[in-house]
Design a protein around this ligand. Sequence first.
Ligand SMILES: Nc1ncnc2c1ncn2[C@@H]1O[C@H](COP(=O)(O)OP(=O)(O)OP(=O)(O)O)[C@@H](O)[C@H]1O
Ligand SMILES: [Mg+2]
Length: 810
Amino acid sequence: MSQAEEAPETGLRLERPGEGGTPVAVGSGAPEERRTVDLPETLPVLPLKNTVLFPYLLSPLLVNSARSKKVIEHVLVTPQRLMLAVAVNKELEGSPGQGDVHRVGTVVRVAKMVKFPDDSYRLLVQGVSRARIAEFVEDKPFLRARVELLRERGDKGSVETTALSRNVQQQFAALVAQSPKLSDELQVVSANLDDPGKLADLVAWNLELDVAGKQAVLEELDVPARLRRVLVDLARQGEALRIETEIREKVQSEMGKTQRDYMLRQQLEAIRRELGEAEDSDAEVQRLRERIEAAGMPEDALKQATRELERMAQTPAASAEYGVIRTYLEWLADLPWSKQSEDRLDAGEARRILDEDHYDLEKVKDRIVEYIAVLSLKRDLKGPILCFAGPPGTGKTSLGRSIAKALGREFVRISLGGVRDEAEIRGHRRTYVGALPGRILQALRRAGTRNPVFLLDEIDKVGQDFRGDPSSALLEVLDPEQNSSFSDHYVEVPFDLSQVLFIATANLMDPVPPALRDRMEVIELPGYTEEDKLEIARRYLLPRQRAANGVEGVGFDLDDDALRGLVRSYTREAGVRNLEREIGRVARKVARRVAEEGLAGPVLVRGDQLPELLGPVRFEPELAERAGRPGVAVGLAWTPAGGDILFVESTRMPGKGGLKLTGSLGDVMRESAEAARSWLRTHGAELGIDPEAFGQADVHVHVPAGAVPKDGPSAGVAMVTSLASLLTGRPAPPDVAMTGEITLRGKVLPVGGIKEKVLAAKRAGIRRVVLPEPNRKDVEEIPGALLEGLALEYVGTIDDALAHTLAPRA
Ligand SMILES: Nc1ncnc2c1ncn2[C@@H]1O[C@H](COP(=O)(O)OP(=O)(O)OP(=O)(O)O)[C@@H](O)[C@H]1O
Ligand SMILES: [Mg+2]
């Protein structure tokens, strides 16, 4: 405990009334309780170096700096034994001065003090109340300040608070049950605590938060907000604990499995030998020698293999070592050192094959055809490393397969999702029991040639943990300068990957480390419009599902209405995966009727039959139904699934000017709403809004769906439109969507994810999109065809924006 002056001792004790001879706690909560604290005007200040204390809780403290000991000695002779404990706000060596401590701390009462032989003081302190330093009155011999008690805010009895408290109790109980570090009695204590503010404090104190995190909880006076904050921290810690356990279990079970397999294989080998079924070792060495000679290895690999062959010949066949060497040599012999497939260098034919499998995706197809054309002129061309980025179901994986077909190459795919260990890419050293090559060389053996199309699927999902960083191994794989001598820990001799055509896929490029991103040519597949989807369904999905479900013979088909119905009301996605699934479901229903009722074809499914086949509509055409009323604005959100529209709804009720925000909004989004209201308060008159209106009503802004957490500043324009629409009674036209951050001075700032947002708007049937002026350059990157039928309005100020987003004055 070198750094820490006043550190909590290990373990937590909870105050139970009457225990430890302490006066019963003065609560942190209700004002009437508070009056019982007869606070002296000024209090000594005890700086805390790595903890935060909370009201109501009884906490152990260790004090060993001379200056802090003076505080304690002084406090012990005062009648109430009160002091203000505040956390220091930075790391520092010496004793903290006025500027080094947070302003908000906890008034605590020293309940017990024991002097230890090493001259340190061990205390038990009882939290009394949250308090704020109004001003410092003394510096020496210790800090002393004038202190104001802080009151909690927020309705403790409200439905929201109750729901939040219950949620906190449940999550905390779950965490306590899982965590070996938290005592089980905490479950009982938290379940019986009916003061929501105290509950939040108790949980925060027991979570592994850093000082800043605990301080934030301490400073949050609004009880529902404090509960919400604690919920987030709880979720985070629960997740961390879950991952920790998972990793531990996975490592254990993997080690267990490879070792078990290894033992079994050894036993099997011994049995075969016993039965006289195994080759004798001389013949085995000879056979391997022939395979190795035929493998066409480069010189250093051949040298290594010969050395190992000799070692194998010297090793008794019954020993474990013999098996290890044999497995190794088999791997060496099986790798495609020089086996290569002949490329099909016919650009026209390649184009035909690509078109046969996929609709549109011109950019990718052009790039591949171009590559083939150059390859036919310059045979030793290094392949480009393409990376397809886009939402799920947009054809990234299946394109990879189709490219292999077009080039006439083998195709292999590895999924990088959840790979956390460098050894999964690069293999384990041979000294490790049950070691094998990494996934790259395993896949190449599967391919059987050294020039396959190699799909690195989900490169954005590569993880990283204590077992090393897989992305550094990937860097080597994807670097044309290095990959001609890729080193696998198991194989030991370098392998040439330069003839492989690597293609990566990702849903998002953000999580991909920049060094890796730089190596690749990123091609975006941003998702399909409704028309695209219909085309894909007709040409590709329907024929495939017809064949898969045996309804070709009955002339199974869907009319345009039915397909459109599937796209609009039974799926909501950027890609076509769910659409294909739904077509499959319809096909199966039809197949069943054909079988059961002897239905004779042709079967044409009409749009109005969908509910009967698939059940009620799953996605309402929300737009028509919800937008267009005063107070409702259509915003645009970026999501990993490729963008979506989002509604901002405001309503008004009698009140005193309050602003209520619901729908799981993050802090930044809440601030946007506040900014929107403040701007309208100052500029509303120009729009004809009565300034009095703000004082006489509470406004409630809701962003459905409430269960999905939303954050970010980009809903600013939608917030201000929604409020302005409510207060002026002018509806926002239902076919207008908007995005943009706003400032209090009325400017509209640029936002991210423009392409996804614009496409989502189009999918949802929006006709006009209002965008921040600085985002014009992002729009220029979207192919013109995708923007057909959409009018884009660029705005620089809130005034401009409202001119577009609100219906004209009556
Ligand atoms: N342009 C297209 N033309 C024809 N079929 C398509 C097209 N785009 C996607 N598909 C089909 O949609 C299905 C889903 O595609 P795929 O599995 O390749 O998606 P993905 O982009 O790899 O998704 P994820 O990111 O979830 O892995 C496949 O059956 C694919 O053939
Ligand atoms: Mg995929």
